[in-house]
Design a protein around this ligand. Structure first.
Ligand SMILES: N[C@@H](CCC(=O)N[C@@H](CS)C(=O)NCC(=O)O)C(=O)O
Length: 336
């Protein structure tokens, strides 16, 4: 009898925690704005212009996209690599969009998080001083490498040195400014991070041309939005907001033409909210996807704005970040 009572009480507890978790959308609607955790110091991905107070970047645009899907304002919270996962777990933010790599540990009961579709396929690399004659990872034997803590970067670095049988000395810092700064001041022979960052950091070096990015890519760094476990509706909303940007690019729907876009294609008509009731299935209005594209444009437009020639200038053609129809991995499931 006692046993049944304990089991019953546990069940009630589990169900009520689950019910609490299911309320993210309602909490945001009641609050009137979405809270996004992002980077404030990474131009191209998440960057705060301290003079204007404006955030910009690829991750920031995805935050704006989610807010547009729901029809609310958005507030960005700057987070360091070490702070970001706890901020999401404790409910300080609704979604994390901060160049965060999808890993098994992070996407499991261990950390209690769910990863949404990858928005940018990155990989880890190294930057070194040209004068040192280092041409590949194998030339780094015995080198001192500067790295940022609380990142996948730190673990990959140890893995690759072990796999290549190389000896490694690290200098670990809490943020990129400190770790890249130490490299640039000559304390380390190399600095390592996601390759997308190396290109941008190189421009901030004392003498950019004295530094070179090694050709090696030592890891998979699929970056995308992250939400907490326990709210499937919210997980679905963030996932399909990302997919909306992929779908729009595939079908030639842009920020400029979405308001007047006409099509006989049934799946495009469902996307535009003209039929099918796709919005109701997510708990959103029928024009939610149109509002996403009105706010930020399609995937290609978001990429171009932040990572194209006027931004970080990371070539997209031939990369994993091309549309699946161009040989890349940017692919939207069926809109039905
Ligand atoms: N994608 C990797 C690394 C992400 C990361 O936080 N990178 C560092 C640099 S390696 C960064 O963005 N630092 C910005 C800062 O907080 O200063 C991860 O998810 O762990």
């Amino acid at each position: 009898m006692k046993k049944i009572l304990v089991v019953g009480m546990l069940l009630v507890l589990v169900l009520s925690i689950a019910a609490m978790g299911q309320q993210t959308l309602q909490t945001i609607l009641d609050r009137g704005y979405l809270i996004v955790g992002t980077n404030a110091v990474l131009p191209g991905f998440g960057y705060l212009d301290t003079t204007t107070g404006e955030y910009s970047g690829f991750d920031v645009d995805y935050g704006r996209a989610i807010a547009a899907a729901i029809g609310v304002d958005v507030k960005f919270i700057p987070l360091t690599a070490g702070e970001r996962l706890t901020a999401l777990q404790t409910g300080q933010i609704d979604v994390l969009l901060r160049n965060t790599t999808w890993t098994l540990t992070r996407d499991s009961m261990d950390l209690g998080l769910n990863f949404c579709p990858t928005t940018f396929y990155d990989g880890q690399g190294f930057i070194v001083r040209k004068a040192e004659g280092i041409n590949s990872v194998d030339d780094l034997d015995g080198a001192t490498v500067c790295v940022t803590s609380g990142t996948t970067t730190e673990g990959n670095l140890a893995d690759v040195f072990r796999a290549h049988g190389l000896s490694l000395k690290t200098q670990v810092f809490a943020d990129t400014e400190a770790s890249f700064g130490a490299y640039d001041a000559g304390s380390c022979d190399a600095y390592t991070s996601d390759k997308s960052q190396l290109a941008s950091l190189r421009t901030t070096a004392k003498v950019p041309a004295d530094n070179v990015i090694l050709p090696d890519t030592i890891s998979k760094e699929p970056l995308g939005p992250v939400v907490r476990h326990g709210d499937d509706q919210w997980f679905d909303i963030v996932k399909w907001t990302v997919f909306a940007t992929f779908f729009a690019e595939e079908h030639g729907i842009t920020q400029a033409n979405v308001a007047t876009f006409e099509s006989d294609n049934p799946s495009v008509r469902r996307f535009l909210g003209k039929e099918g009731g796709m919005g109701a299935k997510l708990g959103l209005s029928e024009d939610w996807a149109v509002n996403v594209i009105k706010a930020v444009g399609n995937y290609g437009e978001i990429y171009e704005r932040n990572l194209g020639p006027n931004g970080l200038d990371i070539p997209r053609a031939g990369s994993l970040n091309a549309l699946w129809t161009d040989g890349g991995l940017i692919y939207c499931p069926a809109w039905r």
